[in-house]
Design a binder for this molecule. Structure first.
Ligand code: NAP
Length: 530
């Protein structure tokens, strides 16, 4: 299949293969069909049925683990840099694949692909900074006895197993890249599995890594299709990093081998991210503009299929009418259709199942809120064949009496959908409503009022992995809440999965064993020399 800047040149069905035990392998059976969500044309099939996952794991642990153990942090950093460069060299093709298989506009596709390249590059730099030693010091040493000679030092060392990475459908490039970056710098070989429905981008990335011989044997494996009995074969030295829905996350945590082996599991699940407009924010101010832009971007970027997208919008009661009017105006300019067209600003959702879920989710939200724009009705996408494509309209709701336990505070509708709700202008009520979402990845607070901000942060922060503060001094340079930065942690408590990824060097801890070394200071210092 040839993909250029404008998208796929021809539609042919390709068979995606898995790369395990150092070779590309076909699965058995018909597999799952991958489609273009803008026109429902098949793009390929994927199945990993019949693949021997015991041997795949053994190969990764033995060959990959040994190869990474021979490499310093700096060398692993250079390995990531080579991957980032190779992805950049193939960027146009990757963008086209994301547009074809993910329903991404070019801008959405860049968000995913450039996010992967940027995160790999950031970790490449941190790897080089960590230097040539085999161990990482964790904090300061402690003197243990009367003599300064006897002391204790915590260190991190790579875990001796394999890191299994399972990703969600919405970020096939970034999901693979951000998990690979931290695991590989830390020194663990990976087996990466994208969501099957949008796997084309990740598959091409896997080909680029394998064909370019960018990792030593066993360090990188890839599964196109289901993981079969792979998780049943994990040991306590392996780890699982999962991104996807809460339901799948909980089911995977309950895998017998994972429980029995006490294997580490990191879950990044769903989240009812919120935006809170402070009572001090004036109409037509820079902060109001930032708030409105963030809400509209989060609702429509990647057709709202972002784990960090704003789903709940809390506004002081007196400003609700103005905010809804402004949002309607901006959302009214969104053009829904075939994402390869330049005039289209929002593509379809990724799959037929997603479309069904979003439509039924809007219906459920409508039990607690009124639809003020959009809705669950079928949408004819600009440039799409008649009756085809998984399109949905940007949908805004108004929930007059928000309350813990209502559908808006319980249900993640994974599409271009958000609900505006009033609060009484106090930080205490805003924080209580935000917390009613059960724990989230990110919430943004827009204010210049220091007292309001303090109250909001104290109330909101314990329920989140990240809080973004939008104020007049940073309005011109603010990074949107939906953008995950490699240097800051990504994850959140409660319904968000309780996980934590990235955060610069912090992200390595998941893939490493922390050990307390106790003995002669000079000998231990020698081990830590770079
Ligand atoms: P999903 O249906 O839970 O699937 C996620 C991944 O799990 C896919 O790769 C899927 O593979 C795999 N999977 C499903 N059942 C499995 C099993 N029994 N054993 C092993 N793997 C299994 O989620 P999704 O629909 O792809 O993603 C949407 C959800 O992800 C949303 O709720 C969103 O909020 C969340 N999300 C969270 C984050 C975050 O960082 N917190 C980021 C992105 C998305 P198949 O595709 O082959 O079934």
């Amino acid at each position: 299949m040839k993909f250029g800047r404008e998208g796929p040149q021809e539609v042919i069905s390709m068979e995606l293969q898995s790369y395990v035990e150092g070779k590309w392998q076909r699965g058995s059976g018909n597999g799952t069909t991958l489609v273009n969500p803008a026109n429902e044309q098949p793009l390929g099939t994927a199945t990993a049925d019949g693949i021997d996952f015991s041997r795949a794991l053994e190969h990764a642990r033995k060959e990959g683990g040994a190869a990474l153990a021979q490499m310093s942090f700096a060398q692993r950093g250079e390995m990531l840099r080579a991957i980032a460069k190779a992805l950049h060299a193939n960027r146009d093709e990757l963008l086209s694949l994301a547009m074809a298989n993910g329903g991404n506009t070019r801008s959405d596709a860049k968000f995913d692909v450039d996010g992967a390249i940027g995160t790999l590059t950031a970790y490449a730099d941190w790897g080089v900074e960590l230097g040539e030693g085999p161990l990482l010091a964790d904090g300061d040493a402690t003197q243990l006895g009367r003599s300064a000679r006897l002391f204790g030092q915590h260190v991190y060392i790579p875990k001796p197993g394999v890191a299994v990475h399972i990703n969600a459908f919405n970020f096939p490039a970034w999901g693979l890249g951000e998990k690979a970056a931290t695991a590989l710098i830390a020194g663990m070989p990976i087996i990466s599995k994208p969501a099957t429905s949008t796997a084309l981008v990740a598959y091409r990335i896997a080909q680029i890594i394998v064909d370019g011989k960018l990792t030593p044997p066993g360090v990188f494996s890839f599964i196109a299709g289901s993981t079969g009995n792979l998780l049943d074969r994990l040991t306590g030295h392996d780890v699982l990093a999962f991104t996807g829905s809460s339901g799948t996350g909980s089911a995977l945590r309950a895998t017998k081998s994972i429980i029995n082996g006490n294997s580490r599991v990191n879950v990044e699940a769903d989240s009812l991210n919120a935006a809170v407009l402070g009572p001090d924010v004036e109409n037509d101010s820079d902060v109001m503009n930032l708030f409105l832009s963030d809400v509209v971007r989060d609702m429509t970027q990647k057709t709202g299929q972002k784990c960090t997208a704003i789903r709940r919008v809390y506004v002081p009661k007196a400003k609700v009418a103005t905010v809804i009017e402004q949002l309607r105006e901006r959302l009214g300019a969104v053009k829904v259709g075939d994402p390869t067209r330049e005039d289209v600003t929002m593509g379809p959702v990724a799959t037929a199942q997603q479309l069904r879920d979003v439509r039924s989710g809007i219906g459920k939200l409508a039990t607690a809120a009124k639809i003020v724009m959009g809705g669950a009705d079928p949408v004819a996408g600009i440039g799409a064949p008649s009756g085809k494509g998984f399109f949905v309209a940007p949908t805004l709701l108004f929930g007059e009496s928000p309350a813990q336990g209502d559908a808006v505070h319980e249900l993640e509708v994974f599409g271009p959908v958000a609900t505006v709700m009033p609060y009484d202008g106090t930080a205490a009520q805003a924080a209580a409503l935000v917390a009613a979402g059960g724990g989230g990845l990110v919430t943004s607070v827009y204010t210049d009022d220091k007292d309001f901000l303090r109250g909001a942060i104290v109330g909101i922060a314990p329920f989140h992995g990240r809080v973004v503060i939008g104020s007049s001094k940073v309005a011109g340079q603010a990074i949107p809440p939906g953008t995950v930065m490699p240097g800051l942690i990504h994850g959140g408590p409660g319904r968000a999965g309780g996980g934590e990824e990235l955060g610069g060097r912090r992200g390595l801890a998941f893939y490493m064993q922390r050990v307390a070394l106790q003995g002669d200071r000079a000998l231990i210092d020698g081990l830590l020399k770079r």
